[in-house]
Design a protein. Sequence first.
Length: 256
Amino acid sequence: MNINDEFIKFEVYCFRIFEDLINMNNNKNLQILFKCNCTNHTLCDSICNLQDIIKLKIQDGKIKDLGKNFNNLINLEYLDLDKNKLTVLPRNFCELNIKKLKLNNNRFEKFPIILLKMKKLVELEIRNCFLSNINLNVNKNKSVINIELFDLSNNKLLKIPNFCFEMKKLKILKLSNNLIKYIDNKIIELNKLEKLIINKNKILKLPDIIYKKKELIELRMRDNFIKVVSPLIEKLEKLEFLDLGKNMLRKIPSSI
């Protein structure tokens, strides 16, 4: 899947008008741009009937409900629903074959557990959705092991959610702009982790376990409350980028 393929763009003033215009079964990439002043939308059936669509962007559409027929989009691999008003996802959402999913700037508050059942999901972004503590049992949701990029930035998390440590294929974890105070030692279980980005949180120290993450290429922990960095950081032999700016460091190891 090449996500850089050009999108066919539609400007719409209301879904009722859009119902009469859309006939897109010969196009695989569709972006819908809203120009109306409606306060909320429900996704129309015309979109849900576009079974050839591979990539779909519906941004800033004030959508509160995807509708019961959304799982008709059986070929959909890329979905961007940025800046809508979603609070829940349909029960059958997990039946889709989406590989890359963007749910940023919605109103979930509670993490949609249905996402953990998506078998082909590789990249998941759910930034700025008012999410706080997430306590989920993932024993019955083993599909999370397929996620390689997970972005929970700009929420209200107090700690790294436990189910993150079940993502054994995870390469990139983004948690900036939360309220996280510490990095759990379970981070060592993420054997594939290459990039850890936790800028602007409330982290007080780097746990010694982090220095055993020898696959780390990038470590960003800018704007926290870290005072000490151990000389053990030199054991991160693959580390190419380190950002510890705007912390409270008293001394920097000579190996940096």
